[in-house]
Design a protein around this ligand. Sequence first.
Ligand code: FMN
Length: 343
Amino acid sequence: MDWTTGGLVTANPVWVGSSELTMTPGGLRACVDAGAGAVVAKSVNESAAARRQLDIADYAFVSPDREVRQPGVAHREDGLLNRSGLAQVALDEWLGILAEAVSHGAGRGCPVLGSITLGDPPAAARIGRAMAKVVPGVELNIGAPHGREATAVRQLTEVDAVAEAVRAVRATVDVPLFVKLPGQASDVVALARAARSAGADGIGLVGRYPGFLPDLDGGAVLGSWGAWGSPACLPMSLYWVSKTRLALGPDVPLVGTNGARTTADVLRFLASGAGAVEIVTALWTDGPPVLAELAEGVQSFLEARDLTPAAFVGSALEGARDYADVAPVRPPAWLRYAGPSGR
Ligand SMILES: Cc1cc2nc3c(=O)[nH]c(=O)nc-3n(C[C@H](O)[C@H](O)[C@H](O)COP(=O)(O)O)c2cc1C
């Protein structure tokens, strides 16, 4: 079963998203070998300050009832609150690491993409030009939640800024370009449309959210604000995936991310309109075997129903109505609501 997303052909729709797990040659190879459809390397940009932020990176896994786990303990249902920075490697050295990972992936049918988290658009365009010489695809992250806390990376939430940044990078990147958007913007569909018009081959939906969690001991978990993701973020991600699919149509490739932990979650992303799904936190909690588990789960589900990827992707939209088209329903008994007349 082949999957095609934004010009990349992959063996399955389970991609590894960019994170510290794809920041080393060994990490990149491990994700390829574990059966990822594609692997997105850790982001880089031009800023020394963004690299220094990795020195203050810290991670707290948080249980579904908001208790911080002991160090070394993490479960798949957990949320993750963290600070993070970008890869601390000079660009030339990084391109060498990418080239080696790309060739390892190519031998196993797994594209390895480069990633840039936006700082300054002209600098991102320069890095993109160099990166495109060694990778089959580039992801431009303009949705980093850390952009709200530090200026070394930027989170764009306005249409004009998105168009300007994507146009600049598109002009120098001659391989498929994926643009990863924030989930926290007033109109993410408008940002997707702007990114597409400015030349993106695919749209990533959506970045994690800014988060804050008091420790009830006079301070905050991690001692600062951070980036937050959890399985409960899934419906919020799927809101924008489904709305973007509806607005932009099936010809615009979407890559889902933020909240998928299980095979059913990956299927929910696909049914909402994503052609591929980026996994990170489940990989941190369960290790590389989770990739084959999810990929095989998706394949079995589609085979059992004799469905092609094209038939399944976006299929949930056929059963979703605008509020104006929903027929009246009886209020549930527990609501004890007497109806508009008060009777
Ligand atoms: C520790 C950590 C570091 C991350 N670093 C990056 C990054 O450098 N660039 C990027 O585009 N996304 C980054 N992300 C976001 C992930 O690629 C992914 O979109 C996000 O974690 C949501 O997927 P998940 O719910 O499977 O974790 C990072 C996420 C985590 C948890």
